[in-house]
Design a protein around this ligand. Structure first.
Ligand code: FNR
Length: 383
């Protein structure tokens, strides 16, 4: 199938993946109200174009967490990417670097920090989940530092996993095991089985390495059974800072008050995020929180957003509302799942092209000159 936008790649991913893997990629929590809200929040914002502006040359360059980027996006952290393609994180990191963007590696990755660094000279960030045994997080941060990762994303919206009903429907469970139901799903997707399934069940190798557990399904079970540290609180940011001299962004902030509170700590910014609607159903979209938070943060404190970015114009809307940049979650994964490296490259190229078209059509030659005067807020969804 010919893919000419992110939605087409989503359809290609749906066709390529066994049901359990596609629903793991795509599904949200409970009734998926927040997941849908992530999209409607963008649809409620339109543009106020200015004409007769010289948009012959346009400049999309920016800096993200202090490092130059070709446009204001990050290939965001997603766990278990080995479900979609072999050496998935290496592939995503290489594609991000080729597009001039940072790549954020998840704690729950299926490739090692060291292997991702070997695969790419690009700008790498580490997403951190803090488990009860804090030595695991300390070890992971030490490994990332030793490998030149520059920015830490501390994810704070996941004291427990959200309720995802599709797990029960598809037979997906963590740790992943080949149950008869999953084997049937795999058997009916022979191309996936030959490409991905033959390597066995993807393993959470990063946690396993930092927790000093050997490979294999038991290791995965042991790594996962070490629960998230639900006692993590604001004061613990000092512990984080002692372990991470680089930039720190808190990911999963969902209120203006918490964004303000974060800005009073020794961190560099926040990612307004509801985890792609996979955690608390009923959480606001990041764009709604951004609209309220705009203007009230101290200078130099960055607000990133994620959730529902599917068009280059979504990135323009976020930046115009005051975001430093966006994280891309599912969009690059759709490309990866159907077409591997080529698919990720094309998804990023499509978004970049749409971003450039949008800037020209609204009459804005420099992305860092965008502000909310280019936006119109609609009461209801149009179209
Ligand atoms: C995620 N996300 C996520 N976030 C994180 O901090 N650590 C993680 O391991 C994961 N894992 C993960 C897996 C999958 C399959 C998805 C889709 C998402 C959340 C991710 O970083 C981001 O916040 C959302 O994906 C953004 O929403 P969109 O772009 O997917 O709509």
């Amino acid at each position: 199938m010919i893919c000419s936008n992110v939605a087409d790649y989503r359809e290609a991913a749906r066709r390529s993946l066994p049901g359990f893997a596609y629903h793991y990629l795509e599904g949200g929590a409970e009734d998926e109200i927040t997941m849908a809200r992530n999209r409607t929040a963008f649809q409620r914002i339109g543009f106020e174009p200015r004409v007769l502006v010289n948009v012959d040359a346009i400049d999309t360059h920016t800096t993200l967490a202090g490092a130059p980027a070709a446009w204001p996006a990050v290939v965001g952290p997603t766990g278990l990417n080995g479900l979609y393609w072999p050496r998935a994180e290496e592939t995503l990191a290489q594609a991000a670097h080729a597009a001039g963007l940072p790549f954020a590696l998840s704690t729950a990755s299926t490739s090692l920090i060291e292997d991702v660094r070997r695969a790419s000279d690009g700008e790498l960030w580490l997403q951190l989940y803090v488990q009860q045994d804090r030595r695991i997080a300390e070890n992971m941060m030490a490994r990332a530092r030793a490998n030149g990762f520059t920015t830490l994303l501390l994810t704070v919206d996941t004291p427990v996993a959200g309720q995802r009903d599709h797990y029960a429907r598809t037979g997906f469970a963590l740790p992943l095991r080949w149950t008869p139901r999953l084997l049937w799903d795999v058997a009916t997707h022979p191309r996936w089985a030959a490409r991905v399934g033959r390597h066995g069940v993807p393993q959470l190798v990063n946690i396993a390495k930092s927790a000093d557990i050997g490979p294999g399904i038991e290791a995965q079970a042991a790594a996962l059974s070490r629960q998230m540290d639900r006692s993590l609180e604001w004061d613990d940011l000092a512990w984080l800072r002692r372990n991470w001299p680089g930039k720190i962004l808190i990911k999963g902030v969902q209120s203006v008050d918490d964004a303000m509170r974060a800005s009073q700590h020794d961190v560099d910014g926040v990612v307004l995020s509801n985890h792609g609607g996979r955690q608390l159903d009923g959480a606001p979209s990041a764009m709604e929180v951004l609209a309220e938070a705009r203007g009230s943060m101290r200078r130099g404190f960055d607000l990133f957003i994620d959730g529902g970015v599917r068009r280059g114009s979504d990135i323009v809307k976020a930046v115009a509302l005051g975001a430093r940049g966006v994280l891309l979650g599912r969009a690059p994964l759709y490309g990866l799942a159907g077409h591997g490296r080529k698919g990720v490259d094309h998804v990023l190229a499509l978004l970049y092209n749409e971003l450039q078209i949008c800037l020209r059509l609204i009459g804005c030659a420099r992305i860092d000159a965008l502000d909310a005067s280019r936006l119109r807020l609609y009461e209801t969804t149009v179209g």
